[in-house]
Design a protein around this ligand. Structure first.
Ligand SMILES: Nc1ncnc2c1ncn2[C@@H]1O[C@H](COP(=O)(O)OP(=O)(O)OP(=O)(O)O)[C@@H](O)[C@H]1O
Length: 342
């Protein structure tokens, strides 16, 4: 008989141990009753602990559906029998979103798009109710409320009804509520919606600090480019499908050149003809970079943008009202990958 002792256990190769992702989504599909098109179509991606991760997509791309599933509000149903697809999975720090909703909610802080504060109550009272919902009480809860109000800069206004707070202060209190039970993952639905630029900057400062000081993983849905730019990685959604996942820098560098936009003097009706002539004269074009008409303008991608712009301007003088050339943005990435504007 061989006896296993601590000394003769095989050495663990740490390099082969993968950390548990903060969020894992695999083959997630959801079809609303009566809809032919799935709202989510076999979506798979991981978010690693400590990441700030954006889910970017236009209206109707499936962001809110994903949000509802991850927050355990809704079970995904893949077919007419309203059953979960057999290969679908979603976990938060290894806990199954469908089978262990209670464990998931303990690890998840949520900021919904619709405000969840009671405006007639004070900041203190809003947090107290939130704490009770999570089974917190006594000195521990009092300490957590003090910490939240001080972290989010609301200490001196704690006894005022929330209806007197600005939009930015309310969003900070929402953050305090979401973080009161000290979750490892913060999920936010369109967090900047309705905030002025100063409040947005303030919100992002708070998010950066939550990650740096507490190691919180942050996942947010957005359709704002500047918000997506600030994230470590982003998942681009379109029509229920995950189009790609990568860092903003890598996504933009995948566009092999500058982005050129041409506005025809004779208006949008002249754009298609102009696009054909530019395509014929200045090719070859990389796949996805050829001239196309978007919102009445001709848009194309070329490595030597400034020279091409000068050549277009001298080729058809009088036909061009405005020409622009610039580095690709995430909007360009979306256009390049989907052929549609965000
Ligand atoms: N309750 C519902 N019943 C039927 N179809 C729905 C329902 N909710 C959403 N859909 C459809 O599912 C698809 C995805 O919608 P979803 O709201 O998830 O997208 P979104 O990216 O969050 O858009 P938005 O930013 O406008 O909220 C859309 O085609 C939408 O019309």
């Amino acid at each position: 008989m061989t006896t296993t002792t601590l000394s003769n256990l095989p050495a663990i190769d740490r390099a082969t141990i993968e950390p548990t992702p903060a969020l894992r989504v695999a083959e997630l599909t959801h079809c609303y009753a009566g809809q032919a098109q799935p709202a989510l179509d076999h979506v798979s991606f991981d978010v690693q602990p400590g990441e700030i991760f954006a889910i970017l997509g236009p209206n109707g791309s499936g962001k809110s559906t994903l949000f509802k599933i991850l927050t355990t509000i809704m079970q995904p149903t893949a077919d007419a029998n309203r059953s979960v697809a057999p290969d679908a999975a979603a976990t938060i720090f290894g806990h199954d979103v469908f089978e262990q909703p209670q464990a998931v909610r303990q690890r998840l802080g949520v900021v919904f798009q619709q405000p969840s504060l009671d405006l007639k109550l004070t900041a203190d009272e809003n947090l107290l109710h939130q704490g009770h919902l999570y089974g917190l009480a006594g000195r521990d809860l009092k300490q957590r409320i003090d910490d939240a109000l001080s972290r989010f800069g609301l200490d001196d206004r704690r006894r005022e009804p929330v209806e007197r707070f600005s939009g930015g202060m309310r969003r900070r209190l929402e953050l305090g509520k979401a973080m009161l039970h000290r979750p490892g993952l913060l999920l936010m639905d369109e967090p900047s919606t309705g905030l002025d630029p100063a409040a947005r900057r303030d919100l992002w400062q708070q998010l950066d600090q939550l990650r740096e000081q507490l190691g919180v993983t942050i996942v947010l849905t957005t359709h704002l480019m500047d918000e997506a730019e600030r994230c470590d990685r982003l998942a681009i959604f379109n029509q229920g499908k995950l189009v790609t996942v990568d860092t903003p820098t890598r996504l933009k560098s995948a566009i092999g050149g500058d982005v050129i936009t041409v506005e025809p003097t004779d208006g949008p009706a002249a754009a298609a003809g102009l696009a054909d002539r530019i395509a014929a004269r200045f090719g070859p074009w990389d796949a996805g970079g050829e001239p196309s008409v978007i919102d009445g303008h001709v848009r194309m991608e070329k490595a030597d943008g400034p020279e091409v712009v000068a050549a277009i301007a001298s080729a058809w003088p009088g036909e061009i009202r405005r020409l622009s050339v610039g580095q690709p943005t995430l909007e360009d990435v979306f256009l390049h990958l989907t052929g549609e504007s965000l």
